[in-house]
Design a protein around this ligand. Structure first.
Ligand code: NAP
Length: 339
């Protein structure tokens, strides 16, 4: 193959429990040609996200499973090399659900043009993309946070959690969170403006840690993790509290579903509302968020962190690292130069 061939990551096998590098295979092909109505894209940044773990299983969900032998899919931002679709031209920057690969061909109707002047390109996969939108939809539209609310966020330093905390502060809430290392906990207070935070891995008593960082109890729980931290936080909810059930990453690699949380009667006693959501449920809110987020970024009200790994061949490890909590902020893979 030449230097300009297309490296791709395909699903080799379905994981049983934790994902390993053996579940992926690297292949190399010629760069494809676009047919009528299609666009050839040089991929620049791709996102790895926790939901991809679910797509590796052969189960029905809100997105179809990845198929063995096929190139995995991801949100990608890239530059058009050749276009046979009216409205998208060579040199344009676009984003879409493309492949874990260096070049993708895609139906032009499924691509969205990206304005390059607004923010670094990779931001469109994080703070200006799906994770940022998820934070806004969950906090403002599902949990309906309001000034004075006590908000608690699990996986608080990640792509979604870091934005939830900052949005909560912008909207006049008290916000606390948990994360999996002291470095992440420091980031929460020093950079993202959290009022309180603790390391759930070293906490000897999750209830005591929660009481310390959210002394008045929790009005809004933004749940990203599930398991023990979710159970402990439920017991710390105030009457009529609202839970935006965003993710349960602590369960994604389980071979068998976990029981629990225990003590669900607390939901009755405290008259809690618990609502699961998928970010795409609220397309208008997503658009509304991007406009606001660009302004907040310009004003310095939103800060952003990302971990960028180089090369498509390292995408499987970047994904595994994300599931193991080794990312600081949004996990991104750079596939080629942005210039
Ligand atoms: N509902 C939706 O539409 C939607 C959309 C996007 C994302 N999500 C969900 O939102 C959550 C966060 O996603 P993200 O993209 O922002 O990922 P992320 O937080 O950037 O990365 C995942 C983080 O989860 C934490 N984690 C992993 N295993 C854990 C465990 N066993 N216990 C506690 N924490 C664990 C790790 O942080 P620590 O080091 O702090 O443990 C890791 O860094 C995920 O559950 C995801 O599935 C939902």
């Amino acid at each position: 193959m030449t230097a300009d061939s297309n490296k791709q990551i395909r699903l080799a096998s379905r994981p049983s429990g934790w994902v390993t590098n053996d579940n992926f295979t690297l292949t190399e092909e010629a760069i494809p040609d676009p047919a009528d109505g299609e666009v050839l894209i040089r991929n620049i940044y791709m996102s790895v996200d926790p939901y991809m773990r679910g797509r590796m299983n052969d189960v029905k969900s809100y997105v179809p499973p990845f198929q063995i032998g096929e190139v995995l899919q991801a949100s990608v931002v890239g530059q058009v090399v050749a276009s046979r679709y009216d409205g998208i031209a060579e040199g344009d920057h676009v984003m879409g659900m493309l492949g874990w690969e260096n070049f993708s061909v895609c139906d032009g109707r499924l691509l969205r043009k990206v304005h390059t002047g607004l923010a670094p390109l990779s931001y469109h996969l994080g703070i200006l993309g799906m994770p940022g939108m998820t934070a806004y939809v969950g906090l403002m539209k599902i949990a309906k946070a309001k000034p004075g609310d006590n908000v608690f966020v699990s996986a608080a330093s990640g792509a979604v959690g870091s934005v939830v905390g900052q949005l909560a502060k912008i909207h006049g809430c008290h916000v606390a969170g948990s994360a999996g290392s002291d470095e992440k906990v420091a980031l929460l207070s020093d950079e993202f403006g959290y009022d309180g935070a603790f390391n759930y891995r070293t906490s000897k008593d999750l209830s005591a840690s929660l009481r310390e960082v959210s002394p008045k109890g929790i009005d809004v729980l933004f749940e990203n993790v599930g398991g023990e931290i979710f159970e402990a936080a439920l017991w710390h909810m105030r009457d009529f509290g609202r839970v935006a059930l965003c993710g349960m990453i602590s369960n994604y690699n389980d071979e068998e579903p976990q029981p629990g949380p225990r003590g669900m009667a607390i939901i009755i006693g405290r008259r809690l509302t618990i609502r699961g959501f998928i970010v795409t449920d609220k397309p208008k809110a997503c658009e509304e968020y991007v406009v606001k987020a660009i302004q907040w970024l310009e004003e310095g009200k939103l800060k952003y962190r990302e971990t960028i790994v180089e090369g498509v061949e390292n995408a499987p490890q970047a994904f595994i690292d994300l599931l193991k909590g080794r990312n600081m902020g949004k996990q991104i893979v750079r596939l080629s130069d942005a210039g």
